[in-house]
Design a protein around this ligand. Structure first.
Ligand code: CA
Length: 416
């Protein structure tokens, strides 16, 4: 389950998809968002479905009466940055000194709650805290938009994923029906990610918990419910108690970078035999889950060994940069060190048009990347690795500027 999910996420990922605003909304939208003229006819259409799902007429009327589309939601949903933020900028933004300090304050402030949540779900308290910090900046940026209004706007106006938004809208109405939250308090991001934990309504219905036992699952007002809901979600996503998310490692000279990637996980002992160590020469520790070598910026950047717990964090948001930021923030809140190796800051990530060019050029070399769509999935990575192998380059599968330069110089043929 977790394993197949991993492959699916990686396949769907642009390398450094770091612009994701909410869980389960990983793809940015393009020009398929048209402002609906009004929501009345759309809501009439949804009404029957909502009632069939157990939403009462009274709840439906109260939540939707006089509802107008939110034009800002469509503007935010159609923002499609041409340049992705490099993973190091993304991490620097989220793992700031201010956020680390705020996280340490929360450790002191909510120590008992965090300990109780850790006991109940077996998930490391610092990771739970880091997700809270990354998702809503510890509840200070949880989003003030009406979730019903945002989701109705998207369900009516996003031609590419109308069913996704509609299912979330129905789920949001069912939450109101259960009385967990009043409509005016059900706020969230433009994409309908709600409260401290930024759960989408379907995730809320499946995973939110009433940890303080007041009869309501309150991820808007209760820190206990919010932290426990996050831990519950990670546990359900395959979290293994006692394993770290991962850690930075140093690769020995002459290391074969082809050993990186999701298909090449190995136990700690195998990595130790290969001469892989942690910074300061510390031995790679044993873990219950096998360890995958992650090179988020290719062979030129830092290296990490990650466990199945890293993949559990990816279930929150499938961007590798996101999971790394969460894991690293957790470590820093707990007193850990900054990333030791330097990031290849002069080798900026490729823009979309350049990624498409990279794919087209690999195809000219007879290497199958699938359609040149600018999305570097498993097939494109395999093609990059094959090209790197032929050229005697470090086989990291990473679509760098340097690699594109090599391909441009190589022209259309592999012959020298
Ligand atoms: Ca509660």
């Amino acid at each position: 389950m977790v394993t197949s999910g991993w492959s699916r996420f990686i396949a769907g990922l642009a390398v450094l998809t770091a612009t994701v605003a909410a869980p389960a909304t990983g793809q940015s939208s393009q020009s398929h968002l048209a402002p609906p003229a009004g929501l009345e006819s759309f809501l009439n259409e949804v009404r029957g479905e909502a009632l069939a799902a157990g939403v009462s007429a009274a709840t439906f009327e109260r939540a939707t009466r006089g509802l107008e589309p939110d034009p800002q939601v469509l503007a935010l949903g159609s923002a499609q940055p041409e340049f992705v933020k490099p993973v190091w900028d993304y991490m620097a933004g989220l793992v700031s000194e201010a956020r680390i300090a705020a996280g340490r304050e929360r450790v002191a402030q909510y120590g008992q709650t965090l300990a109780a949540v850790e006991r109940a779900y077996g998930v490391d308290r610092h990771v739970v805290l880091a997700i809270w910090g990354v998702e809503s900046n510890f509840g200070t940026a949880a989003g003030e938009r009406s979730v019903i209004r945002s989701l109705a706007t998207l369900a009516a106006g996003d031609a590419r994923r109308p069913r996704f938004w509609r299912a979330e809208l129905i789920a949001a109405l069912r939450i109101l029906e259960q009385g967990d939250v009043a409509p005016e308090r059900m706020t969230g991001s433009w994409a309908g990610a709600m409260g401290h934990t930024q759960f989408m309504p379907t995730t809320y219905r499946a995973r939110a918990v009433d940890f303080d036992r007041d009869g309501r699952r309150d991820i808007w007002g209760s820190i206990s419910d919010s932290l426990a809901s996050t831990a519950n979600y990670l546990k359900a996503s395959g979290w293994r108690t006692g394993d770290p998310w991962g850690f930075e490692v140093i690769l020995p000279d002459g290391f074969d970078h082809a050993l990186s990637g999701p298909g090449r996980s190995q136990p700690a002992s195998a990595w130790r035999r290969l001469g892989v160590v942690r910074p300061g020469g510390v031995a790679v520790r044993e873990t219950a889950s096998p360890l995958q070598l992650l090179l988020p910026a290719g062979a030129q950047g830092p290296a990490f060994l990650v466990t199945g717990n890293f993949r559990a964090i990816l279930r929150y948001n499938p961007a590798v940069a996101y999971a790394l930021a969460v894991g690293h923030l957790a470590d820093r809140i707990a007193g850990g060190e900054p990333v030791m190796a330097s990031w290849p800051v002069s080798d900026r990530p490729l823009a979309r048009a350049e990624r498409e060019e990279l794919q087209s050029r690999l195809r000219q070399h007879g290497l199958d990347t699938g359609l040149p769509d600018g999305i570097i999935g498993n097939q494109s990575r395999a093609a990059i690795r094959a090209f790197q192998r032929i050229r005697g380059l470090p086989e990291d599968g990473y679509p760098s500027q340097r690699l594109l330069d090599v391909l441009r110089q190589a022209g259309g043929s592999m012959k020298e």
